[in-house]
Design a binder for this molecule. Structure first.
Ligand code: ARG
Ligand code: ZN
Length: 467
């Protein structure tokens, strides 16, 4: 399935000592991040989304306690982040858009905070030494809503007629919890989500508890493997739930909106065999939990590979299930360090669709490649190169998905099947639960094959226009 069908400041300065003349203070501030600043950066340094993520600390764990009223659409939240300072910090930012913050503590002490666009600026009562572990607790509430991405799509907390469809790629995590919201930072998560009785709250990982009292049900979820904030979900709705454990011991939890039950049943039945097939191709499935959230939210227009449990805005077809499942290896377990490298997610997941078709009686990958290659030079497929989409507006475009997959097909042609599949497994294995860049992928492919692949990747990833 092609991408298209899946989709349809101000710089704050540190408080200046009254004795320092303003001009000197401005000079000091202008020295910028190279100076030994004790202020955590407002972004993770990603040119496509400059304010996504933050500098100066790493979050090891998020403990999110949420209560959502599906009638008033009011969210009450407490987020406790266990973090480590990577520099001395007199101040640091979290990403949070909208919502009202009522209290912030750092290691139990009340901290000053202010809001500046999507930055929640926290000033702990005592500076945090470099290397120091600390806990930030943020109490907040309000009526969450989505953020509009540069490509016009909605992402984040998207209210539906029976709850909310929650998907955060690339920047929507900040619409429902305070986060270090860039895939560079990966963390484990605990979720405790309370919703009206009769509704189900589905997050990532394993369901570790569920109880109902006084007309409300609380669901507790645990995601123990590292996860990027954009892959977190806390989707709420009226769902039919199916739970089982696969032969490999993976805990499956499917939540299906009854309106999508007929349309999704036969595809969902294939999930264990798809994961099994992908495990043989890419190496062991990275997570202890799996499943699907099939919501009825047709206006969303896309599916997302929420970690362990992809979310679909309606009943998926098999190709889409294969695609989101492949992301568990490529995107979720092996994560981006910059959105520019998005082809490492979407090109790989798209190529998994081609491979699935080829190995299950459908078109060969070569035939899929040829049909795309036949498109004229002016086609949108060639609008920009997948390795350098140019801006956040282009990261989910056809060149990233389809030409990204074509690049992998070219690689396969150059090194042969045996080495090609060894490269895919080595990529997923060596970077498991971590990160990978395009340069590292090229290096790995050259190392595994002994072939100089510089010009192949130059052509397919970076050359403007039809190669
Ligand atoms: N990564 C998703 C996929 O599997 C697409 C997410 C699109 N997100 C968006 N905000 N448009 O293809
Ligand atoms: Zn994808």
């Amino acid at each position: 399935m092609q991408a298209a069908s899946r989709r349809t400041s101000v710089l704050r300065r540190e408080a200046v000592l009254a004795t320092v003349p303003v001009a000197v203070a401005a000079l000091l501030a202008a020295a910028g991040p190279a100076s030994a600043s004790t202020v955590g950066g407002s972004g993770a340094g990603d040119p496509y989304f400059p304010l996504s993520g933050n500098g100066g600390y790493h979050v090891g764990h998020y403990d999110l306690t949420l209560r959502y009223d599906t009638t008033s659409r009011h969210l009450d939240g407490t987020a406790v982040l266990s973090a480590r300072a990577t520099q001395r910090l007199t101040r640091f930012d979290l990403d949070l858009k909208g919502l009202k913050v009522t209290r912030v503590t750092v290691d139990g002490r009340t901290a000053r905070f202010s809001r500046n666009g999507q930055e929640l600026v926290v000033t702990p009562s005592r500076a945090l030494a470099k290397g120091r572990e600390f806990h930030v607790a943020v109490s907040y509430n309000g009526t969450p809503g989505p953020v509009t991405d540069p490509d016009g799509s909605a992402d984040g907390w998207i209210p539906t007629d029976d709850g909310a469809f929650v998907a955060g790629e690339p920047q929507g995590a900040m619409t429902w919890f305070p986060a270090n919201s860039h895939p560079k930072d990966k963390s484990s998560y605990d979720f405790t989500i309370t919703v009206p009785k009769g509704r189900t709250a589905v997050a990532n990982g394993v369901l570790v508890g569920q109880h109902t009292s006084a007309g409300r049900t609380t669901f507790r979820w645990r995601q123990s493997e590292p996860m990027a904030a954009y892959l977190a979900t806390a989707t709420v709705g009226k769902f039919t739930v199916q739970q089982y454990t696969t032969r490999d011991g993976i805990k499956v939890y499917n939540a299906v909106d009854p309106r999508e039950a007929n349309g999704s049943a036969s595809v969902l039945k294939e999930l264990p065999s798809v994961l099994d097939w992908e495990s043989r191709l890419f190496g062991p499935y990275p997570f202890r939990s799996a499943g699907a959230i099939v919501d009825h939210a047709p206006s969303v227009g896309y599916a997302l590979e929420t970690q362990g449990r992809p979310i679909y805005d309606s009943a998926p077809d098999l190709s889409t299930l294969v695609h989101e499942s492949a992301h568990q290896w490529f995107g979720d377990s092996v994560s981006l360090t910059a959105w520019k490298d998005i082809w490492l997610n979407e090109g790989f997941a798209t190529y998994a669709e081609w491979l699935y078709s080829e190995q299950h009686g459908g078109d060969s990958a070569q035939k899929t490649f040829d049909a795309l290659y036949a498109k004229p030079a002016g086609d949108a497929l060639w609008a920009y190169p997948p390795g350098d989409p140019g801006s956040g507006k282009n990261i989910f475009g056809e060149p990233v998905y389809a030409r990204g997959a074509m690049a992998l097909h070219e690689l396969r042609g150059a090194v042969g099947d045996t080495v090609f599949f060894r490269i895919l497994r080595a990529w997923a294995g060596e970077h498991r639960y971590g990160h990978g860049t395009t340069a590292q992928f090229v290096k790995l492919a050259e190392g595994q094959s002994g072939v100089d692949l510089g010009s192949l990747f130059q052509t397919w990833l970076y050359k403007k226009g039809k190669p």
